[in-house]
Design a protein around this ligand. Structure first.
Ligand code: 5CA
Length: 156
């Protein structure tokens, strides 16, 4: 059954004008290896949606990182223009409207400043969380960049 969180993602993507291919999984895809196994794709094709907070301004930052990579917080903070820190689960829910494990790259109450790991661009399809750990959506990395308005940058 499609959860209300997944429906929210689907409606948002449709409103943005993107065809939406949501894959509902029978197993949990809470972690990158779980997701890759459930989908049958490479680890690098999984999009991690990581929320950071600017330590001076308090602004929210979304980093979309390939499942193979670790986000380099130093590089990200240079791009953002201030020191950053990882957000706690309450902050993630507040700013995205979703709980950790299902945070999608779109469908948030307010647009979030977004950076996209350039390593994602090499794949035909990348898979992002679609609101819960049991749903993902596939898109081209170019569409991911367009729907989020994110900047493609080196992040690892
Ligand atoms: N459904 C999967 C694959 S799409 C997923 O959402 N993966 S994820 O990487 O985008 O989201 C999980 C991420 O949330 C973890 O990589 C981790 O960086 C972050 N996270 C997990 N627990 C916490 C926590 N307690 N506080 C802050 N961040 C956390």
């Amino acid at each position: 059954m499609t959860s209300s969180s997944t429906r929210k993602v689907k409606e948002n993507m449709r409103a943005l004008g993107f065809a939406c291919e949501i894959l509902e999984l029978s197993e949990s895809a809470r972690t990158v290896p779980d997701a890759a196994r459930a989908i049958g794709c490479k680890l690098g094709q999984i999009v991690k949606s990581l929320i950071f907070k600017g330590q001076s301004t308090g602004k929210t930052i979304l980093a979309l990182v390939s499942g193979l990579n670790r986000a380099d917080e130093g590089k990200l903070s240079v791009l953002v223009g201030e020191p950053i820190g990882r957000a706690d689960p309450e902050f993630v829910r507040l700013v995205t409207g979703f709980a950790i494990g299902g945070v999608p790259p779109v469908g948030h109450p307010q647009p979030i400043e977004t950076y996209i790991d350039q390593d994602l661009m090499q794949y035909d399809t990348v898979w992002s969380a679609a609101g819960t750990p049991y749903a993902v959506f596939g898109s081209t990395p170019a569409d991911l960049a367009r729907m989020t308005g994110g900047k493609v940058v080196p992040l690892k």
